[in-house]
Every structure is written in structure tokens, then in C-alpha cells.
Design a protein around this ligand. Structure first.
Ligand code: NAD
Length: 484
């Protein structure tokens, strides 16, 4: 019998009682892995009530005690990292190496949150005024919700969960309905780690479940990661319902390759940024602006490297795995057709890839286009597939200006040996995460992570210190004790 996805509420595994959802299917083999029924509004009520009940004592639990289950959770995640990675590969399609890396980045957030006794401290100023001392104290607020996307199902929930509970809040996770299996296993570890019942809850579902959660009167705040239209909807709806909200949206990331750059290195890093996880990354750098004197050399190098990449089942020894669903694969193929219609030059065609033994997989090879004008769809819209768009530039200022005209502002990279270019890039490029001589601008967990423009709605970002501020309110104590 196929596994049925369950909710985890008040320390118990429970069945969901809403409408039937799509089954969970292995993107490489086409095998059905699990069945999913969405959560009804009653299921949501139960999870939020469990959170709020647990919050009453969790908020007053000593901070040293609150972090002990987090330490155990980190240890269990490390012990089961391989097993979790394999589950992640079977439901998502990425390679095992990518899944291991993803989990490592998630575990980093648990490690950072274990430092909450230092991170949550407020401030104290004696003699702020005559005989008056002032103290700032951070307090948790209640039950927080996180709604997460399909592309990093093991990592993105950990941008939020460890900080929420370390600061003394309760937490409800609504993972993507497309690949919820790794979270089922992670919640077995949460159960084993010994968090008090109700402090961490899981509800599965889709649009209706999300809308019940973000307007629920028992919810203090909402974190969201997903596509831009949904991020905007979550931001507006949850804010109108009086919640704290942070909503990360989609992306269209640019790379600039200067003629001073190490071309082989720049090509290698660009290719891995654009094609890792089959391009299903909000940090994929897939528009590459190359200084005209090295454009041909870069295009040749990138194409040669792309030609070497192997595509297949993520549990086999391959460089790139499958796309999440057949529908998504066909959407990405439509972008390829569109680019051809618009007049882009096809330098590397990934459409004919076939993988022995897996005829039902959603596979697509790396695909590279040259001469991509700014108005072409693959230059403006998020593709979320292994497509790279190349264009040449004559002046550095024009390259920065093109990057800045993008609707999105998640990340950008520059490859250069010139300090002055790096400095201009750092000053002028409008994205939340900038990298120089690195393909992917992904911050470690001890820095916060978020984009700008249509890539982010809100002010406090995911991870690290911003999460502590998001999950707490500062009360200021003003005390006058005149000297005896
Ligand atoms: P998605 O927006 O379709 O879904 C994300 C979550 O929202 C899921 O849990 C889903 O159940 C829920 N949802 C979907 N439609 C909804 C609706 N109409 N109303 C309410 N809830 C809804 O995103 P996805 O396809 O799972 O993930 C890919 C997207 O996420 C890409 O756009 C990618 O750039 C973005 N992303 C952004 C970041 C970032 O940090 N900015 C990180 C990862 C992914």
C-alpha cells in the first residue's frame, strides 16, 4: 500500500480530513511514492490551537532548556542525513550530492539557532536619564506559520523552524504539496528530539490550507517562500489580517563576465549556478552578460562544459537530475520554443536527452542560447529550468543598467579581476545577494537571506539575526530608583 502523508499535531501523527490532492510521484521514474489529502480548516484549527496551548509554557521555559531538543535535532539530522537525502532525491529529482548539500545548509540554521542565549539578548543602559535605567527585552509572540516551496523541501523549512522555537514561539509548517516526504521523515526526528507536544506542528495541503493559516486569528506571523504572485498574495492577505509577514518571491538572476575574468572558471561557476538542481533554484544565475571581446570564448567554453554534463536519476552518479513534474518540464520546453521564435541563437540543445532505463523521467539537458535580447522572455521571466541566456555588453555601466532593469532582485554575480568593477557592482547592483567571483550568491546561515523588488515582500529576511527580530517583540523597561 502507498504511504499516506500525515499531519503532526500536538506530538501525534494524525490523518488529514480535506480534499484529495495529487499523489507524490518520483520525477525520474514516474513511480507513485505516496498519497496526499489536504488539510481542512478543522485540521488547521487543531494545529494552531496546539501551538497556542504549547506556547503558554514554552515561552516561559528557560532558554537553556529550550535549546536542548535543538541540539538533539541537529545530531539526528546529521545521523540520518544520507537517508533524508535519498528520500529527497526520490520525490524531488535532484542529485544525491545536491540533496546532501541542501540538508547541510539546513542543519547550519539549527546550529545558528542553538546560539539563541546570546543572540536573543536585548540591551541595558544604566543612567539613561537621572536615576533611570533602561532595558530592552525580546519576547516571543505566539504561533508562527511557514509556507515553503518545492525546490528545497529539506532546507527552506529550516530557515524558520529552529529560530521560531528557540525564541520561545510555537510553529506550524505547511510544506510544498509536491514533495512533502522528506519533511515527514524530518518530523520523526523532531518527535524523537523531545520538543514538548504542540511546540512544532505540521499541516499538509495546498491553496485552501494556506489561506486558512494566513488569516487564522490564532496565528501571530507568517513566513512564505515561493513564486512572486503567491508571495504578493500572502503578503497582502496576511498583513490585512494583522500578521507579521515576510514573503520571498521568484527571481531572475544575472551574471556579468568582464574581459579580465578567468573565463574557464567563470564558465564552470555559471554553469553550476544555472543548472544545479536542474535550474530549479531561486539563486540560479541564468542571464549571463559577457564583455564583447571575450563573448565568443566564453560561449565556447560554457557550451563545451555543458556538453560534458550527464543527466539522469539523482540516485545514480549523474551531474543533473529530473525536473519536478511533466507539466513543469513542458513549461520549460515552451520557453525554449519561445526563445527560438524570438530569434535567439541555440548554442546547446538539451531537448533530446534520453536516460537509459528511465523513459518516464522529466529530463531536460542543459540548454544554452546566445544573442538573447533584453525583451526576450528567457531574459525577463523566471524559467526554473536548465536554460542559460547569453548576451554581450560593450560598457560595464550598460551591463549593470540591464541587470538593474530586471523586475526581480534576488541575486547577481560578477566575474572580474578588476577591483574598480567589483566596487561599482557592490555599490550599484540592485539585488539582495551579490557575489564576486562566485557563481551563486548564497549566504551562510549566520547571515540573513532575502531579495529585493519582486523577489521579496516585507522587511526582515530569512535566517540568522533577522529571524530573531521577526520572531520577537522588544519591550523597553524604564526604571527609576532614586539613590537612597
Ligand atoms: P509556489 O508559489 O507555487 O508554492 C509555494 C507554496 O505556496 C506552496 O507551499 C504552495 O502550496 C503554496 N501556494 C501555491 N499557490 C498558492 C496560492 N494561490 N495561494 C496560497 N498558497 C499557494 O512555488 P513553488 O513552485 O513551490 O516554488 C518555486 C518558486 O519559489 C520559484 O518562483 C522560486 O524562485 C521561489 N523560491 C524563492 C526563494 C527565495 O528565497 N526568494 C527560495 C526558493 C524558491
Amino acid at each position: 500500500m502507498t504511504q499516506q502523508i500525515q499531519n503532526y499535531v500536538a506530538g501525534e501523527w494524525v490523518d488529514t480530513t480535506g480534499d484529495d490532492g495529487e499523489p507524490i510521484v518520483n520525477p525520474a521514474t514516474g513511480d507513485t511514492l505516496a498519497g496526499l489529502t489536504y488539510s481542512s480548516s478543522d485540521d488547521v484549527d487543531r494545529a494552531v490551537a496546539a501551538g497556542n496551548e504549547a506556547f503558554e509554557s514554552w515561552k516561559d521555559t528557560a532558554v537553556e532548556e529550550r535549546i536542548q531538543p535543538l541540539f538533539r535535532f541537529k545530531q539526528l539530522l546529521e545521523e540520518q542525513q544520507e537517508e533524508l537525502a535519498e528520500i529527497l532525491v526520490t520525490e524531488h529529482g535532484k542529485t544525491k550530492q545536491e540533496a546532501m548539500g541542501e540538508l547541510r545548509r539546513g542543519i547550519e540554521n539549527v546550529e545558528v539557532a542553538c546560539g539563541i542565549p546570546s543572540m536573543m539578548q536585548g540591551g541595558h543602559l544604566p543612567d539613561a536619564a537621572p536615576d533611570i535605567d533602561e532595558t530592552a527585552v525580546r519576547k516571543p509572540l505566539g504561533t508562527f506559520v511557514a509556507i515553503t516551496p518545492f525546490n528545497f523541501p529539506g532546507m527552506i523549512p529550516l530557515w524558520f523552524l529552529p529560530y521560531a522555537v528557540a525564541t520561545g514561539n510555537a510553529f506550524v509548517l505547511k510544506p510544498s504539496e509536491r514533495d512533502p516526504l522528506v519533511i515527514q521523515q524530518m518530523f520523526e526526528l523532531i518527535d524523537e528530539a523531545g520538543f514538548p507536544d504542540g511546540v512544532i506542528n505540521l499541516v499538509n495541503g495546498s491553496v485552501d490550507t494556506v489561506n486558512s493559516l494566513i488569516t487564522h486569528e490564532g496565528v501571530a506571523g507568517v513566513s512564505f517562500v515561493g513564486s512572486t504572485p503567491v508571495a504578493e498574495h500572502i503578503y497582502e492577505t496576511a498583513a490585512a489580517a494583522g500578521k507579521r509577514v515576510q514573503a520571498q518571491g521568484g527571481a531572475k538572476n544575472h551574471v556579468i563576465v568582464s574581459d579580465s575574468a578567468d573565463i574557464e572558471f567563470a564558465a564552470e561557476k555559471t554553469l553550476s549556478s544555472a543548472c544545479a538542481c536542474a535550474g530549479e533554484r531561486c539563486l540560479a544565475n541564468d542571464v549571463v552578460l559577457v564583455e564583447e571581446s571575450v563573448y565568443d570564448e566564453f560561449a565556447e567554453e560554457l557550451t563545451a562544459q555543458a556538453n560534458e554534463m550527464t543527466v539522469g536519476y539523482g540516485l545514480d552518479d549523474v551531474d543533473m537530475g529530473a525536473l519536478i513534474t511533466p507539466e513543469h518540464e513542458s513549461r520549460v520546453r515552451d520557453f525554449i520554443d519561445g526563445a527560438l521564435d524570438e530569434g535567439a541563437t541555440l548554442l546547446q540543445d538539451g531537448r533530446d536527452v534520453s536516460v537509459d532505463g528511465y523513459p518516464d523521467g522529466n529530463f531536460l539537458g542543459p540548454t544554452i542560447f546566445g544573442d538573447v535580447e533584453e525583451e526576450f522572455a528567457i531574459s525577463r521571466e523566471e524559467v526554473f529550468g536548465p536554460i542559460v541566456a547569453l548576451a554581450s555588453y560593450d560598457t560595464f555601466e550598460k551591463a549593470i543598467a540591464r541587470l538593474n532593469r530586471s523586475e526581480f532582485g534576488n541575486a547577481a554575480s560578477l566575474f572580474t579581476e578588476r577591483g574598480a568593477e567589483a566596487r561599482t557592482f557592490r555599490h550599484d547592483a540592485e539585488a539582495g545577494n551579490l557575489a564576486v567571483n562566485a557563481g551563486t550568491a548564497a549566504p551562510m546561515a549566520f547571515f540573513h537571506f532575502g531579495g529585493r523588488k519582486a523577489s521579496f515582500f516585507g522587511d526582515l529576511h530569512a535566517q540568522a539575526d533577522d529571524m530573531i527580530r521577526f520572531y520577537t517583540d522588544e519591550t523597553i523597561y524604564i526604571e527609576r530608583w532614586p539613590s537612597a
